[in-house]
Each structure stands twice: as structure tokens, then as C-alpha cells.
Ligand binder design. Structure first.
Ligand code: 2NE
Length: 275
């Protein structure tokens, strides 16, 4: 794939090709652990992918073949969160802005495919769980570390994981903090496919191409529908917003708008009262 790089980023790389956006965490020296800056840049990149009408699928990955992501950068963890180098951090106030990114991935109205080589650990694995699909290399290793390093994710990291792999398995993953191979992750339904490392990107791109051949609106609605059940009112709000968008696209809704602008009574009688 002939990836074209764009944007000015330090901790990540943003590339596009053939209707696919590839977003890569680029901190291989710490197994792609994230710090506040990484997350702000990821949010900007995911927004760019959302706004680009040429992009139909997003691939989310990590640089190199040793890790997708090892979670929050423990070396800059302060007393109450992760410290960046901005004014907020200079007051000693930490952030947990990975939570905003999790929500953003769930709400992005295009499929997000996580492409995992090596470690998918801690808050990194929670991001993996939040993605719509995951393709893993045969060297991938999955796990949560929170109770070992003084952390936990009681949101998507807990109940979405439980919805994905089942309650007993989710408890095991969090209570014991073990590491699981790609084959084990496939067996428990945490990933969609496992392929040899050298075929990882080709396989992920081929899944993306298959989705690009499908109706974008149908994919958007199915993603919203699947997430609405577990996102409660926030999920319904997104789904309802999509219903409004589709209604705006109808002649019936446009008649309401036109009648207001033309200062006349709307002619809604033209439209059937559907069974
Ligand atoms: C991932 C793992 C198991 C890999 O082990 P290994 O032995 O293959 O590599 P090593 O030597 O540990 O790591 C290579 C380099 O990356 C750094 C290491 O410190 C090391 O650098 P040096 O010390 O040699 O300079 N590195 C790796 N992970 C890092 C991290 N998360 N932060 C900073 N530096 C990191 C092993 O590295 C490991 O267990 N890593 C820690 C995983 C972890 O506990 N992550 C945080 C979980 S909490 C979280 O993410 C979170 C949350 O629970 C809730 C909200 C927000 C975040």
C-alpha cells in the first residue's frame, strides 16, 4: 500500500491510502506507551479520519513489531494521572485522557480495525477492546496489568471486555494479570483473526478493502446499533442523531425546511403514512 503521510505529529504517524486511514502510535522505545500528548495527537488524527469523506475504514496500530501499545506511560504517571508538559501538568495535575479516546473510537461512524503485533497490554489492550475489529500477528500478547501496577479501568476495560470474552474470562484477565497468546485471544473471542507477523498489514488491509466495498451508511448504522446497547443513553443519542441525519436527507424533512423558508404551509400530505 502506498501510504501518504500527513499532519504534524510527534508521538504518532497519520497516513492514508485507498480510502483507509492508518494511525500509528510511534513510541517504540516504550512499547508505544501513551502520554497525554500521544492521546491529544491520536484524538486529532481520529478526527481527521472522521472528517475525511474519502476515508471509510481506520486502522489503529503501533510502530514496530514488538508492541501495539503498553498502556499509560508509567514513567510520567503522577499522583492523580499522567503528566504531560503543558500548563496543567506544571501545576502537578495529571490527566486520564485515554478515556476520551476510547469514547471517540466507539463514536467514530466508520469501522476501526486494531492491528496488533507484539504486546497489547494495560490501557493499550483497553483501546484494542474498544476497536470494532482486531487482527493480530502470531507474536501478539494480550493482558491487563492494572492490579499489578496500581491501576484499573472500570469502564470499557471491564464491562466491554466482559461483553467481549464473557464474565468469567474478564475477571480472570483482571484478577490474575496473566498474559495471553494470540491463539488464546482468538479462542476467547478477543480478536477476529491471527496471521503470521509478515502478513499482518496485508491481511488487515484486505479486511479494510472488503468493508470499503460495503454501504458506508449501513456500516455506520450497524456500528451505532451494536454500540447503542452497551453505551446506554449516550449510545442511543448517537443512534438518534443518525436517524435525524437520515431524516434530513428525505424529501419529507426538506419540505418542512423549504416551507419555513418560503413562508408557506408545509405540504406533508404528499408523503405516505407508512405501515
Ligand atoms: C509490556 C511488557 C510486558 C513488555 O515486557 P518486556 O520485558 O518485553 O519489555 P520491557 O523491558 O519491560 O520494556 C521495554 C521498554 O519499554 C518500557 C520499559 O520500561 C522498557 O524501557 P527501559 O526501562 O528499558 O528504558 N515500557 C514498557 N511499558 C511501559 C509503560 N507502560 N510505560 C513506560 N515505559 C514502558 C512490560 O514492559 C510491561 O509490563 N509494561 C508495563 C505495562 C503496564 O503496566 N501498563 C500500564 C497499565 S495501567 C494503564 O495503562 C491505564 C489504566 O489502567 C487506566 C487508565 C489509563 C491507563
Amino acid at each position: 500500500v502506498d501510504w501518504k503521510r500527513s499532519g504534524e505529529y510527534g508521538d504518532i504517524v497519520y497516513e492514508t491510502a485507498e480510502g483507509i486511514a492508518k494511525i500509528t502510535i510511534n513510541r517504540p522505545e516504550v512499547h508505544n506507551a501513551f502520554r497525554p500528548q500521544t492521546l491529544f495527537e491520536l484524538q486529532e488524527a481520529f478526527n481527521a479520519a472522521r472528517d475525511d469523506s474519502e476515508v471509510g475504514v481506520v486502522i489503529f496500530t503501533g510502530a514496530g513489531d514488538r508492541a501495539f501499545c503498553s498502556g499509560g506511560d508509567q514513567k510520567i504517571r503522577g499522583e492523580d494521572g499522567y503528566l504531560g508538559d503543558d500548563a496543567v501538568a506544571r501545576q502537578g495535575i495529571g490527566r486520564l485522557n485515554v478515556l476520551d479516546l476510547q469514547v471517540q473510537i466507539r463514536r467514530l461512524p466508520k469501522p476501526v480495525v486494531c492491528m496488533v503485533a507484539g504486546y497489547s497490554i494495560g490501557g493499550g489492550n483497553v483501546l484494542q477492546v474498544c476497536c470494532d475489529l482486531t487482527i493480530a500477528a502470531d507474536n501478539a500478547v494480550f493482558g491487563q496489568t492494572g492490579p499489578r501496577v496500581g491501576s484499573f479501568d472500570g469502564g470499557y476495560g471491564s464491562w466491554l471486555l466482559a461483553q467481549t470474552v464473557g464474565l468469567k474470562k474478564a475477571r480472570e484477565i483482571w484478577y490474575l494479570c496473566r498474559q495471553y497468546s494470540a491463539a488464546e485471544a482468538l479462542e476467547m473471542g478477543m480478536v477476529n483473526a491471527v496471521v503470521p507477523l509478515e502478513r499482518l498489514e496485508a491481511e488487515t488491509v484486505s479486511w479494510a478493502r472488503e468493508m470499503l466495498a460495503k454501504s458506508p451508511l449501513a456500516l455506520r448504522m450497524v456500528k451505532g446499533a451494536i454500540n447503542a446497547v452497551s453505551d446506554g443513553a449516550a449510545g442511543m443519542q448517537q443512534f438518534a442523531g443518525d436517524a435525524t441525519m437520515l431524516y434530513y436527507m428525505s424529501e419529507e424533512a426538506q419540505e418542512g425546511r423549504d416551507a419555513f423558508k418560503e413562508k408557506r404551509r408545509p405540504e406533508f400530505d404528499r408523503f405516505p403514512r407508512r405501515p
